[in-house]
Design a protein around this ligand. Structure first.
Ligand code: ZN
Length: 264
């Protein structure tokens, strides 16, 4: 693997088995990496590629969230400041995360980040500032967005996926609100780097936000009407974004949240 330069000082590389994107941000004095791959060995491979891409020291590593394909290479970076959201341990240990990792034989251990953020962090790379922010429960409990304002780049992890993927730590309601906030930040020339797939502009982020809002809105309407969750995908000629499996996974998350809300 080797990094490709996306914008000056911003590099990305894509790694199997999950086609995950990792992003390297290089300032005048230091570098910051977003995401680490799925194992210690992959983390070490990424680290070697970082050293080929820049002579600046790698000082910070951010885990966009705790899913195995993004964060389980953290063990290769124990000598630098590793940063994640405070829900990292809980999300990393969730059953679906571990099951998906086991399916591809990813190492079942993950090292604990040194710094845990609840809301926001700022790091100076030497003439280049990086802002790290959490916008609430969305794809997981602990998604972090990494912004490089001077470069008009936003690294969003799996907050923007087409189709999106859901698990027991996801919130449909929260995800829509999170992407409302992300969308509001974007300018026409902002480049958004997702956790998988190509870098994109604002309109593609809007497309994902609309799809999630459609699932949430239709599920909320149907839940209040008493439509059983298993009937909803084919109910009343409703149309759903993405493929059936993705939409149904989103519907199940929405009904779980709506049920929890009703029980309060
Ligand atoms: Zn994920």
């Amino acid at each position: 693997m080797d990094f490709q330069e996306l914008r000056p000082g911003i590099f990305t590389a894509t790694l199997d088995p999950a086609q995950v994107n990792v992003t390297l941000i290089v300032g005048g004095e230091r570098a910051l990496l977003v995401d680490t791959g799925s194992s210690q060995a992959q983390g070490e491979e990424i680290r070697a590629a970082v050293e080929r891409a820049t002579d600046k020291p790698l000082s910070y590593v951010v885990a966009s969230h705790a899913h195995w394909d993004h964060a389980w290479g953290l063990g290769a970076f124990t000598d630098v400041e590793t940063i994640a959201h405070e829900s990292f341990a809980e999300d990393s240990g969730c059953a679906e995360n571990r099951e998906r990792a086991a399916e591809v034989g990813a190492a079942p251990t993950v090292s604990t980040p040194k710094t845990l953020l609840s809301l926001i962090g700022v790091r100076d790379l030497g003439g280049l500032t990086v802002e790290i922010a959490h916008f609430g429960v969305a794809h997981t409990h602990g998604d972090l967005i990494v912004a490089v304002p001077d470069s008009r780049v936003l690294v969003v992890g799996d907050l923007v996926e087409d189709p999106p993927s859901f698990d027991e730590t996801s919130s449909l309601d929260g995800w829509v609100r999170c992407l409302d906030a992300v969308y509001a930040l974007l300018r026409d020339d902002t480049l958004v780097v997702p956790g998988h797939g190509h870098a994109m502009g604002p309109w593609e982020v809007g497309h994902v936000r609309s799809g999630l809002a459609a699932i949430w809105g239709q599920a909320e309407w149907a839940y209040n009407k008493g439509v059983p969750v298993e009937d909803l995908y084919t109910y009343d000629n409703l149309e759903w974004p993405w493929d059936q499996a993705s939409a149904e996974a989103g519907i199940r998350v929405a009904y779980r949240e709506l049920g929890e809300r009703a029980a309060r």
